[in-house]
Design a protein around this ligand. Sequence first.
Ligand code: FAD
Ligand code: NAI
Length: 471
Amino acid sequence: ATPAEEKDLVIIGGGVAGYVAAIKAGQEGLKVACIEKRGSLGGTCLNVGCIPSKSLLNNSHLYHQILHDTKNRGIEVGEVKLNLEQMMKAKETSVSGLTKGIEYLFKKNNVEYFKGTGAFADEHTVAVNLTEGGETSVRGKNIIIATGSESTPFPGLTIDEKKVITSTGAIALKEVPKKMVVIGGGIIGLEMGSVWSRLGSEVTVVEFLGQIGGPGMDAEISKNIQKTLGKQGMKFKLNTKVVSGDDSGETVKLEVEAAKGGKAETLDADVVLVAIGRRPYTQGLGLENIGLETDNRGRLVIDSEYRTKIPHIRVIGDCTFGPMLAHKAEEEAVAAIEYITKNYGHVNYNAIPSVMYTHPEVAWVGQNEAELKEQGVKYKVGTFPFSANSRAKTNLDTDGLVKFLADAETDRILGIHIVGPNAGEMIAEGTLALEYGASTEDVGRTSHAHPTLAEAFKEAAMATYGKAIHY
Ligand code: FAD
Ligand code: NAI
């Protein structure tokens, strides 16, 4: 065999964490290689996650709005028909445009792209099982593991991505199921449940906890969005657990009962979406060859500079600690490269925004009320409803509110929670405020253009230290 090529940095995984690290490393002048086995760059996010799901969310929302929300706006439409195949094509166009764009950025930044599966041969050598056949290996002075995550299976149900699906099947169904049951009322359940509900499916969400939205969502906001999604036709069974499932027949039967034990019932569905969380993916990486272990949740253990116990091997993104979000992975990628080249890096884990792209959207940053109570922090609350915002009124899109949580004494912002139109864009302002250590008065005394949805943001801040004008 030819001796392995030596690089400054070898990255295993070409998802958001891996590809951003590769581009940044190239920009910093490192000799870098990135190994990806999927056949296209961008990982879960670009191929089967963030991007395809948002394409379907956007177009299913348009469809639903044209069906149900045009007459009162003075728009009379003729027959409205769903062309699911074309909707899927539109999704694929967005995905392929973006994944090819990354290949271009790799070339531009001198990143060598290996198509294949990487596994540790030793602490500096990664063996690559090439997709087109054959093997090679590449040596790295530094190595970054960025192998991402996979959906957590549900015991007793076999995923076939047709009848029993994960999010990957949910972005690729060939027809609209008559009845869909979603196990898990977290972000994936509510986003993908929304898509199929809008396209005509009868969607029931079964959630183990007493509230929907997954970890981090403020309880008041969760109640608010549940009400709105309910009006749109989604059904919810909270405090309910799925005891067993039977996927042997034409439809899938789920035995469910109250989470604390009690009345059992059988749900019948054409399609069951399993959305009970994701888990780190490190299979086949050859961790045993270098003595690296994962914790009890499958996460690779690192220090504050992303180093494993083998200091030149770092880990970023979904396969280690923290929220499984693309923008978190991206921040870590940049910081990890800066630790390698400059010995410093910066990620503020208290200011990573979360967005759920339902309609209306839900977005938050910082802490929620339950978390502040648990820590015994004294806080004040200011809210402002979109029903009192002029732009929301002109758009006939007034569900939701903005909510600030601030330190009772210093007025420093501790958390911002929004349910409402464009919440996902609006939270950028909240994240910046939190990052800069702003008070609610700083935000309330900042001019916001009129008429914009962002005025609801300003007025919620005003309501925290004083009074809103329009409510
Ligand atoms: P991944 O994107 O999973 O990338 C890891 C890559 O490594 C994969 O491509 C894999 O093929 C490759 N790989 C693994 N092992 C090897 C190996 N041994 N050799 C070579 N390659 C390997 N986040 C958001 O912030 N916003 C959203 O709107 C959003 N929507 C989502 C929607 C869905 C349906 C899903 C499932 C996720 C969504 N996420 C969203 C989460 C987001 O996709 C992840 O947080 C992000 O992709 C993590 O990036 P990563 O690089 O750590 O991992
Ligand atoms: P999640 O953690 O958001 O939600 C899972 C939900 O399932 C929780 O509410 C949990 O209580 C519930 N649950 C767990 N076990 C259950 C059971 N046996 N029966 C009933 N309910 C059960 O996980 P989800 O929705 O699978 O998404 C995974 C991750 O993907 C997210 O945490 C997020 O990091 C990422 N993601 C982000 C998106 C975004 O940013 N817009 C979109 C989609 C995914």
